[in-house]
Structure formats: C-alpha cells, structure tokens
Design a protein around this ligand. Sequence first.
Ligand code: ASP
Length: 336
Amino acid sequence: MKVLLIYTGGTIGMVQGPEGDLQPFNFAQVLSHVPELAQLQATVETWQPWEPMDSSEVQPYHWERLAAGIYERRDRYSGFVVLHGTDTMAYTASALSFMLQNLGKPIVFTGSQLPIGVLRSDARENLITSLEVVLQEANGAPVLQEVAIYFEYQLLRANRAYKRSSQAFNAFESPNYPALGEAGVSLQLHESSLWRPTGPVCFAPATDTRVGVLRFFPGMDERLARSICLDSGRDVIILQSFGSGNAPNWPWLPTLLDEGQERGVLFINASQCPMGGVRQPAYAASRTLRHAGVLSAGDMTLEAVITKSMWLLGQGKQGVAFREGFATNVAGERSL
Ligand code: ASP
C-alpha cells in the first residue's frame, strides 16, 4: 500500500527562530523525528505543495492547489495524510470535502500543538495514527472514504469539526456529529457514522470569496450592519445570530434584509453557539430572520458554512440554485 504524506506547514514542523518565535522548517527534518514510520506496512511518499507556512496564511487558492494535487494523484495512493497548521485546518479540510467528492479514499488532516522536535510533543502520535487510519481496510476497500481530522485520539469528520482550544492537545471538537473513531489500545472506526460516496468522483475546486460574516452583539447598530451587508459587495452574508437563531427586534433589520435581497444578497442564519445550531421556529425572536427568506445554517460549523458558500458561489450557483445547494447535505456537513 502507498500513502501520500503532504506537508503544508503548521506547528508540527516548526522550530524556534532567532527571535524565539516559531517558524516552519523542512520536511526531511520533520520526518527525521519519526523513524517509526519505517515500521509501517506501507510505502510513505511525500509531497510539499508549497513552502511550509503557518496555516493562518493559507488562502482559498491553496485549498484549490491541494485538492488538485490529490485529485491528480488519486490512482497512485491508497490514501492521503495532510500535515497542516491547526489554526485554519478546519477551513482547509472542510473546503476539500466540497471540492473533492466521492474519492472513495481517506484524506486525513493532522498537525500538532507542539513542534515535533519538542520532548512532550503530540506530533508523533497524531502523525503515526493518522497514517494507520488511512491504511485501515475492510473487504479490500478503505474503511474511511471521506475527509477527516485526526487529533489527540479522536477521528472527526472534517466539515463537522472546529478548533476549540489554542492550548489543549485535544484541540478539535465536533459539536453536532459523533466522532468517526477513537484511538485507544485499538483503533476503532464507527461504521454507522462514516460517510460513503454518493456517485462518481467529482472534482470541482473553484471558489468565490464574496462571502461576509456579521456577528450580532448587543448594541450593534445599523451603520455597521449596512457596511457589512450592503456596502461590502458580498453575494452571501452569514448572520451569526444568538442561541438557536435569534435576533433582537432592531427596527432597521427587516428593511436592511429586504434591501439586500433586492440587490441579490443571500443571507444565512448561523448560530453563535457551536453546539445545537439554528432551529428557526424555536422563539418569537427568530421571526425577523425566518420571515425574510434567510437560509438556515442548521447544525453546520461556521467553517463549513463559509467554505460551502465560497464553493457554491465558485460553482456559479446564485439565487435558487445556491439555496438548493446550501440546503443539500453535500458531504455529511449538516443534518438539520
Ligand atoms: N499557528 C499554527 C498554524 O496554524 C498553529 C498550529 O499549527 O497549531 O500553523
């Protein structure tokens, strides 16, 4: 079996620079810290799509390059492990789940909170177990056939996960969908939670970044809301509402939504609560957002809402086509 190990950067491969801050270093140095890789029953080949970087530098064109690189190499490998910084890992991994559908092979993102050369680092376990996850087979087929994040003994669906801690080894969480698997004495993948291909391989990497986010807060005024929703030239505005999808009775809000919709702006109601999501009929306070034809993000993560919106726009979906695409469960990202 052959696995492609892709190195994009992140803390996992960083060393302390002259000023004491962490900076990326090269792949060979990263791998020299994991001689155990030689014990795997597989050939591990490597690919570096760009100079290793902090993941806060990763942009949608990097997602496209990564998706294209995996797509072009899909027949040569049983699976793919992507080493990536944790800061934007959930964005890149979510984006890939939309750009590259029905691959029928595992793509596992991992990284670490401490560099691989540090004695207490979480990097070696994350890297070795990610490779083992990718190598799991049943009846001649890979057990995992979707994009996932492996971190600190947990395997999560990529488009259901977000970075919950900048300090804990247990950095990622999937608030609205069960873990796909756990690593303990044995490696357990939960068959009933796994996503399966729904058709032939589909490679659709284009994105369009005309998406904005407006986070509600007590005291927010019309001027700020207008500048983000109307003056910024966005096609999609994600409204981060309170609780299960609620908005205050701001008198200017319905007018602003009408005006935006007349200009073709699509509004999405996404909750500020990572767990539970939007249940629009729950409270009278959700009425404004319900009546204005605002789309519900359901129980999706904000990372999935942003990347799915960029991806749908990139596929040329506007108006009704966007609405239908957004409401569809494309890659296991939503259940509400
Ligand atoms: N700043 C780093 C990055 O995202 C953090 C990490 O990898 O944990 O690249």
